[in-house]
Ligand binder design. Structure first.
Ligand SMILES: Cc1cc2nc3c(=O)[nH]c(=O)nc-3n(C[C@H](O)[C@H](O)[C@H](O)COP(=O)(O)OP(=O)(O)OC[C@H]3O[C@@H](n4cnc5c(N)ncnc54)[C@H](O)[C@@H]3O)c2cc1C
Length: 391
């Protein structure tokens, strides 16, 4: 690391961190983007479904480099296998499809390649990127500066910056250093497991299977992965079941209405991780610090999707910080509240509303009633006239 002074230090180079970094650097702000991993996006802990709109909105070109499969719609199933199909190739044939004048609704991306692509975009915009570098602390110094402590291999280094951005994912440590309560309660943290499989036919749709029998507190999914591969996975809320995600995935594959479809499948990879189905963090800023992406719980509480919200959250953060830093404003907590206000206005208020919808469904004690409501909510969420279409 040649310099030890930057305008902004960003901890975490997932979609949120890289997007924040790129948009800041494009405006002439000096940025150090660091990640403790030596290979971004690995091990993969994501199914990679993201809308085309989400990429276009933050200027990510649609590239073969990271796309695995094009998506044209959704199949939402109830526990017994009744399906609401929302296929945009049929609903809006002139807009969506594989033809020259048509475009897909979204994609399944390879997270390893996607994260590297975003990081490279940032680097080309002028960001200094440092992998295998762990953020370990930060300390406000005065109204305008803080000191960030990082460890690169076995060396500790202090970097002076106007501000640190915590883009360090689930249960952010950066947020904890600043005294924010980033912990997620176990009843709001879905335990997810997915298999990448061969020999499971798919047809350009994201398939979502609801029902307490298959995925208590969450849902199961079958996503196309390109080249004939698919992802079969599910997320469960541990407090709603005595079994683990592994048991439920086996049960889903062997006993559900899809068992014949899965009967020849070969498991090629096993992936897993936690997804917060919690509310956004109530306070996402502190002295010389803001949080973005999973770190701020910018995750859709109904779908568990967090790529779109990480990208847009990063963009909103960068727009705010560019203006703030260019005007040489102080970076104390009170000065950074406007970041959260901007995020709430653009995205967050809708996410809060979704959180209330989700909480209300799971407050229902009668399981068949709850299942019915979850199925209807999911089908409504993905419908063409959903008020949440762009989240
Ligand atoms: C099984 C599973 C399936 C999913 N499927 C989907 C999906 O299909 N679509 C979707 O939209 N979302 C999905 N998600 C959610 C999505 O993966 C996350 O919301 C998204 O990755 C959030 O991006 P982020 O940049 O905020 O955080 P992350 O991608 O988690 O990146 C955080 C980065 O910070 C780094 N880091 C952490 N601490 C430090 C530190 N102290 N110092 C340096 N670096 C640090 C990490 O190494 C990591 O690279 C899924 C999640 C799981 C678990």
């Amino acid at each position: 690391m040649s310099e030890s002074r930057f305008d902004v230090v960003i901890i975490g180079s997932g979609p949120a961190g890289s997007t924040t970094a790129r948009w800041l650097a494009q405006e002439g702000i000096s940025v150090l983007l660091l990640d403790k991993r030596q290979e971004l996006g690995a091990p993969i802990q994501c199914s990679g479904a993201v809308s085309r709109h989400a990429l276009e909105e933050v200027g990510v070109p649609i590239s073969e480099e990271f796309i695995q499969e094009a998506i044209y719609g959704f199949g939402i199933y109830n526990e017994a296998g009744k399906c609401t199909k929302i296929d945009y190739r049929q609903l809006k044939p002139d807009e969506y499809g594989a033809g020259e004048s048509q475009v897909p609704l979204g994609y399944v991306v390879d997270r390893r390649r996607f994260d590297r692509y975003l990081m490279t975009q940032a680097e080309r915009a002028g960001v200094t990127v440092q992998l295998k570098t762990e953020g370990i602390a930060y300390q406000p110094l005065d109204d305008h500066y803080c000191s960030v402590t990082v460890r690169h291999y076995n060396q500790t280094q202090h970097i002076k910056a106007r501000l640190v951005v915590g883009a360090d994912g689930l249960m952010s440590q950066v947020g904890k250093w600043a005294g924010l309560r980033t912990h997620i309660r176990i009843n709001e943290l879905a335990s997810c497991l997915q298999f990448v499989v061969d020999k499971v036919p798919t047809d350009g749709l994201l398939e979502i299977i609801t029902g307490h029998e298959w995925a208590p507190g969450g849902y199961a999914w079958v996503f196309p992965k390109g080249h004939g591969y698919a992802e079969i996975g599910l997320g469960v809320i541990p407090t709603l079941t005595k079994r683990d995600a592994q048991w439920h995935l086996k049960h889903f594959m062997e006993s559900s209405f899809f068992k014949k479809r899965f009967s020849d499948c070969r498991i090629l990879e096993v992936q897993g991780g936690g997804v917060p189905l919690a509310s956004p963090l109530r306070t996402q800023y502190a002295d010389q610090m803001i949080l973005v992406g999973d770190a701020a719980r910018h995750v859709n509480p109904i779908t568990g999707g967090g790529i779109h919200t990480a990208l847009s959250g990063g963009y909103i953060a960068a727009r705010f910080l560019t203006d703030h830093l260019k005007h040489d404003r102080p970076t104390r907590a009170a000065d950074l509240k406007a970041y959260q206000d901007a995020w709430l206005q653009k995205l967050g208020n809708k996410m809060w509303k979704l959180y209330e919808v989700k909480t209300d469904i799971f407050r229902e004690k009668d399981i068949p009633t709850r299942d019915k409501r979850l199925f209807q909510t999911m089908a409504g969420y993905f419908s063409p006239d959903s008020e949440y279409k762009k989240i």
